[in-house]
Design a protein around this ligand. Structure first.
Ligand code: F3S
Ligand code: F3S
Ligand code: ZN
Length: 149
């Protein structure tokens, strides 16, 4: 069968991204509320977690959003979530006002932002506009997104 998807734009990272824990909202010890960002919550920022190989993630980023939740440890800047969302929920964190595949800010290895983020991240800045079409959750290559209607 032919692959209908365009070439993925994920950025290379030095860890193995793991899908978002679909049950994260029921695990306040692992994912405590650690802040807010625009109109959405951040859960688990600053907490050490392990990647798909059981190694510690080099970053300590949390989950942004609850209705539209993006695990920033798992997001490696593919951008397809933004391409498919019919109501423009997402924007790049490090390239404000920009969205979509190839429009992420690519970080220089060793720079302070690379230390903190590794790649740009999809931020659900208009979470409350989500109409639960589920396209983003289905399309993300690392399964970083969980929709909880
Ligand atoms: Fe990130 Fe997945 Fe979107 S890798 S940019 S959440 S498609
Ligand atoms: Fe958009 Fe995903 Fe909601 S594609 S409408 S944020 S389910
Ligand atoms: Zn955010």
């Amino acid at each position: 069968m032919e692959d209908w998807r365009p070439v993925p734009m994920t950025r290379e990272v030095d860890y193995a991204p793991k899908p978002i824990d679909p049950d994260f909202m029921n695990k306040p010890d692992e994912y405590p509320e650690t802040g807010t960002h625009y109109d959405h919550k951040i859960l688990g920022e600053g907490k050490a977690r392990t990647d798909a190989n059981g190694s510690p993630y080099p970053t300590k980023l949390g989950i942004h959003g609850t209705h539209v939740a993006v695990d920033w440890e798992a997001c490696i800047a593919d951008g397809v979530c933004m391409d498919v969302c019919p109501v423009d929920v997402f924007e790049w964190e490090l390239n404000p006002g920009k969205k979509g595949t190839g429009n992420d800010r690519v970080l220089d290895h060793g720079a302070a932002e690379w230390q903190k983020y590794r790649t740009d991240k999809s931020d659900p800045i208009r979470e409350s506009d989500c109409i639960d079409c589920m396209a983003c959750e289905t399309a993300c290559p690392t399964k970083a997104i969980k929709i909880s209607p």
